[in-house]
Design a protein around this ligand. Structure first.
Ligand code: HEM
Length: 155
């Protein structure tokens, strides 16, 4: 059971970090394209769907499998290594904040799109996306920070 949870914990991490990195690259490219024209809202919907159906669910998988593994471990609060405590606490906080903030941002974009109807998304949407990009960059740095602590196994 533990190995099964471990597999999903690492797979969730790969998908979460991978989707964050690829969406960040995509957003940078969108902004470059928008300087020269407009983008259809179909493209914006794809990014919204990636956040809702790939990024957030994989973050939830990491959180749930992490907690289930913790329950199966036989550490007390004194014997638990520092890297594990940091992963549980800092990692858990990053995961929860990421799910909340990206859900809020994604809903804001959807609302903006509905109010614009089925027409093309104009340059304002690029401003909206540049508000998501710093959030994504910060999340990527924080995830890499936790991964570094876990890899170094800081006691
Ligand atoms: C940003 C969030 C997180 C990242 C990047 C992350 C990363 C990792 C990595 C790389 C491993 C493999 C470590 C190894 O065995 O060498 C691991 C294992 C594990 N993680 Fe996480 N994790 C995160 C969140 C969490 C959370 C929130 C929990 C618990 C509440 C958790 C609990 C565990 C447990 C129990 C293991 C197994 C440790 C062992 O086998 O000794 N993780 N995690």
């Amino acid at each position: 059971m533990f190995s099964f949870l471990y597999f999903f914990h690492i797979t969730g991490l790969a998908v979460w970090l991978g989707s964050l990195v690829s969406l960040s690259i995509l957003i940078i490219l969108i902004n470059k394209i928008l300087r020269f024209g407009e983008l259809t809202n179909k493209f914006v919907q794809i990014i919204n769907k990636m956040i809702k159906w790939v990024m957030n669910p994989s973050a939830l998988v990491i959180l749930l499998t992490g907690f289930m593994m913790t329950l199966q471990m036989e550490y007390t609060s004194e014997t638990k290594p520092l890297w594990l405590k940091l992963m549980e606490q800092a990692g858990g906080l990053i995961l929860i904040l990421s799910i909340i903030t990206f859900t809020i941002q994604s809903n804001r974009i959807s609302k903006k799109m509905i109010s614009k109807g089925t027409a093309v998304i104009h340059i304002e949407s690029s401003k909206l996306y540049s508000s998501i990009l710093p959030l994504m960059m910060i999340t990527i740095i924080l995830i890499l920070g936790v991964t570094m602590i876990v890899s170094l196994k800081i006691m």
